[in-house]
Design a protein around this ligand. Structure first.
Ligand code: SOE
Length: 381
């Protein structure tokens, strides 16, 4: 470890995502020992002193701050990791880039397309290394899907369908805004399920199946008013509680996407299925180590859906973990993202999705929201 180069991390925000990223930094050098770099948990920042102190102790940060501007100004920080609510992403990223820091930003890139464009502009101007944490790309079964598609095994693609279903906002008693519940407040989040959940589906879809040409969406806000935690008053809810859209991909295939926080019984069920002329693939986050694959070229008497347990050493990332047959989980996708980011420092290659890649997802999200409002098709430029 002593001869490794250090990447000194300054994490801003210590909620759920702060924990997933910190776990990634803590684990990566144990499981990816050949990397030239190792992350050092230099500082963590959150407004509440008691909270940030406890977080720093729990996850092993060397120091803590309560003002993110102070953290960015420190010359012992190489990379800023943004884990705040979405309304802070742009301001922090712009300040960090101007200070010459690398940036790892939690998804979605931004609250609005306009903010995202400013973030990409500053990245281009300063040239700082950057990435956005769309973590599901780095679940081995999903990475394997990418390899199978890129090998051409599916042939021409006809259909792409994806769902991200949850049920945690059904109660009208749930307030909007504040810690943990900022996802229900449009001023903090930008949008509802579109930016929070469908953004994952869109990122994976573009990665696996190429660009989206146009979209037609339906959005709904089932609970129209909720108490706001900041004001204590009942306020209008401006997020989309559910969103369904269909689209054309540039490769000629058709896409169908659905996301909601009102699917009783579903906690975080992300699924996708891709149908090609020769083969199909499907994946389910609730069984994340498996990739299902149907190959029409198989001998007809044994033809059927295969359930591939993606835990073998020659499958993506799995040579780094246990022995064949033993599973890994959700948290490992973040370890993989850290490993790929550190590798990209060695190679000089971008670590995808970059801010520019994530801006494309942002464009689709914005078009989806506009289409839902106007009940019309929107073209993606
Ligand atoms: C929302 O509940 C959420 O935590 C998202 O914000 C994450 O991005 C998603 O991966 C799981 O669900």
């Amino acid at each position: 470890m002593a001869n490794k180069k250090e990447l000194r991390i300054g994490l801003i925000g210590c909620g759920f995502m702060g924990r997933t990223h910190s776990n990634g930094y803590n684990r990566v050098s144990n499981f990816f020992p050949d990397l030239e770099y190792r992350p050092v948990l230099q500082a963590v920042c959150s407004r509440t002193e008691s909270k940030v102190k406890t977080f720093a102790e729990q996850w092993g940060y060397k120091s803590w701050e309560t003002d993110w501007k102070t953290l960015i100004a420190r010359d012992d920080i190489d990379a800023v990791d943004i884990c705040t609510p979405n309304n802070m992403h742009a301001e922090i990223a712009i300040a960090a880039a101007n200070a010459g820091k690398m940036i790892l930003c939690e998804k979605p890139l931004s609250r609005t397309l306009e903010e995202g464009e400013k973030m990409v502009e500053i990245i281009k101007k300063t040239g700082v290394k950057n990435t956005v944490w769309y973590n599901y790309r780095r679940i081995p079964a999903v990475t394997l899907a990418k390899q199978i598609i890129d090998s051409g095994k599916l042939g021409r693609i006809f259909h792409y369908r994806a769902n991200f279903l949850q049920d945690w906002t059904i109660s009208p008693e749930l307030p909007q805004g504040g810690e943990g519940l900022w996802r229900l407040d449009a001023a903090a989040a930008g949008s509802g399920v579109t930016g929070d959940l469908l953004a994952h589906c869109i990122d994976t879809a573009i990665w696996l199946n190429g660009s989206i040409e146009d979209v037609s969406a339906m959005t709904e806000t089932f609970i129209k008013e909720r108490v706001h935690q900041a004001s204590g008053k009942v306020q209008k809810v401006d997020i989309d509680d559910a969103c369904i859209f269909h689209c054309h991909f540039d490769n000629g295939s058709l896409g169908v996407f659905e996301s909601t926080r009102y699917a009783r019984g579903h906690k975080a069920q992300y699924t996708f299925e891709i149908n090609g002329e020769n083969a199909s693939i499907r994946w389910d986050l609730h069984d994340l180590n498996r990739l299902e694959y149907f190959d029409h070229n198989d001998d007809s008497i044994v033809r059927g859906w295969r359930s591939i347990h993606v835990t073998d050493g020659d499958q993506p990332y799995m040579d780094k973990w246990w022995v064949p047959g033993l599973s890994i989980g959700y948290e490992h996708s973040f370890v993989h993202h850290v490993a790929d980011f550190l590798k990209s420092l060695e190679t000089g290659e971008p670590c995808s999705p970059t801010f520019e890649d994530a801006l494309v997802t942002q464009k689709v999200c914005e078009a989806v929201i506009e289409s839902g409002k106007s009940r019309s098709w929107k073209t993606i430029n």
